[in-house]
Design a protein around this ligand. Structure first.
Ligand code: ADP
Length: 169
């Protein structure tokens, strides 16, 4: 099942939450900053040893002080107008997140709208990519939850979910 909620992602008690991180994995603004604050300084210490993560890839860490057991960090592309492989990189983020989640036997997974904040990816286009990836892997999970901060973002996902099947092309 795929559903949309409007919440602070750090409050959710699930098997894994996804972080829209940057390549350092050492914390930043937006959802990344909120996750690092809520997980506590142990997360940063742990991630120093990981040595970063390239755009389009993902890494697993414990949730530390979060109610979620795991964090899957992924680095979304910065939007440069769409001609620098942004769509392929965003698809890769979702593919890698789901690969790790399935491997880890995660059954309840929550994701933010990767790249659509500070990184500037157009929201509708990003939501299409996200939903298409979610629908392709839905059967491996009890629940995939899209967690948005704003009501406007939740509405974008709900509109697109209503006109299933989603397509990203
Ligand atoms: P990026 O750098 O990948 O664009 P951002 O963190 O700037 O990541 O934004 C990604 C999305 O996460 C945005 O829609 C933003 O509103 C949302 N967001 C920010 N903080 C939180 C939070 N605590 N919980 C859920 N979503 C959040």
């Amino acid at each position: 099942m795929i559903r949309v909620i409007q919440s602070d992602i750090t409050l959710l008690q699930v098997d894994a939450i996804v972080n829209a991180a940057n390549e350092s994995l050492l914390g930043g603004g937006g959802v990344d900053g909120a996750i690092h604050r809520a997980a506590g300084p142990e997360l940063r210490e742990y991630n120093i040893r990981l040595g970063g993560c390239k755009t389009g890839e993902a890494r697993l860490t414990p949730g530390f002080k979060l109610p979620a057991r795991w964090i899957i960090h992924t680095v979304g592309p910065v939007w440069h107008g769409g001609k620098r492989g942004e769509a392929g990189l965003l698809k890769s983020c979702y593919r890698e997140v789901f690969r790790i989640a399935i491997e880890q036997n995660v059954k309840t997974l929550v994701l933010p709208a990767i790249s659509t904040g500070i990184y500037g990816y157009p929201k509708e286009a990003a939501a299409k990519i996200a939903l298409s990836a979610m629908q392709a892997t839905e059967k491996y999970f009890i629940e995939i939850i899209i967690c948005t901060f704003s009501a406007e973002d939740a509405a974008i996902y709900n509109r697109q979910l209503a006109k299933a099947p989603a397509s990203d092309n």
